[in-house]
Design a protein around this ligand. Sequence first.
Ligand code: GDP
Length: 495
Amino acid sequence: VMGHVDHGKTSLLDTIRKTNVVAGEVGGITQHIGAYKVSAGDLEVAFIDTPGHAAFTQMRARGAQITDIAILVVAADDGIMPQTVEAISHAKAAGVPIIVAINKTDLPDSRPERVKQALLEHELVPEDFGGDTICVEVSATKKTNIDKLLEMIGLQAEILELRSRYKGPAEATVVEAQLDRGRGPVATVLVREGTLKPGDAIVAGTAYGRVRSLLNERGENIKEAGPSTPVQVVGLCEVPNAGEELVVVKNERMASEIAAERVEGQKRAAIQAPAMNMDPEEAFGALGESEEKELRVVLRADVHGTMEAIHDSIEKLSTDKVKLKTIHSGVGAVTERDVMLASASEAMVIGFRVRPEPAARKLAEQEEVEIRVYGIVYEVLDDMVRAMEGLLPPQITERVLAHAEVRQLFSIQGVGTIAGSYVAEGTFARANPARVVRDGVVVYKGPLSSLRRFKDDVREVAPGLECGIAIQNFNDVKVGDILESYVAEESRATL
Ligand code: GDP
């Protein structure tokens, strides 16, 4: 559940929880465990109880994608506000479909139509306007249309064919975890696939153990937790991080071995780590070689007009080879949320006449997110072009330094065919590879295995002299071939 502050996220979650607790078990004291399940007709929905896109993106940055549907709460009296826009960007960047809950429709100055109209500007086209964005007009405090909202969630789940496997070992994601005085490490996990049971050997990051007990949000022991069930797990040896994957393995020994291996891996990574001074272009280029290249950007500018102008002009830089995509843009200083979004989406952050907040700068260092600040538009454009070019594999050009004509062939045992050649131009070097050109066509290229003058190995042969040349793994050289000595030079590809 995401949206602007005070638009009613918490109220909506409370109302849903109070009116729809699973199957009649009313009266139980619900504890805050980070997620809970409600029933809606024949459907059960798990809500993540940490509202807000910051938490959502933080999870995603840790590699966890547990949200199937995002509920965007917009207060009907206030309309689309900056954090609403952020929430839309965060959900879109994650590829999570959005259902809009237009809240506070009980208020006299509520304008649901205006909200729908404004959604259009953010590429969310409400069904009323022929689009596919579901909008439900609700009131969290008056409890109106909550059923309808849940029904729409169900409908969307059906359309998206959200399905999970019930049988077999569980795969879950840690939503929250803490150290409990009496029970030791306690993790709230959301099961995604399979069924988690007491006695299962589990590992989550570097934490491992055996499920001692499973508790629901009312603190009751349960015997199993199937897909989309949030459950508290007791029995891990240490507190795992939120966002970590919890999996069931064969036995506890295997769990402890996996955990130990991960600890080792972390140690090694810590030693080798700081790739920080790696060229950012290189770092970006290293991502997904085969995929279509895309430079993702989170943009911040001092004023709205400038933000839009830069947004439009940098997106226009896109070519067939590399796309530039602004996943979020906003006015004001670069925030921690921007950095988190960039981290989760492998994007960079651009600030135009704005600076990052100190906390954002710190987080960027931690998350290894690049923040670049500019004051002049063409500098942004130039730099973006360079960053986009950096995503392309470098261009290799071969520069010919010398050529020799093959005049005579010798076959020497253990070495192969030696081309008795005359260096017509340039200096032929032992260290450089050579191309074999026959009738104007390159038939082979590779490093030399020998370069000789008379009986002596030499490093280079000057023009006008004769020598013996052998090319590694190539014995098919013929009289009349031209051998070209060359160097391969890397140059930056252009867009
Ligand atoms: P959050 O910051 O998005 O979690 O918003 P809250 O749930 O804390 O709600 C902010 C304020 O709006 C509170 O004073 C709520 O009582 C009020 N509020 C929430 N939903 C409604 C609603 O449907 N109608 C009215 N009139 N007020 C609401």
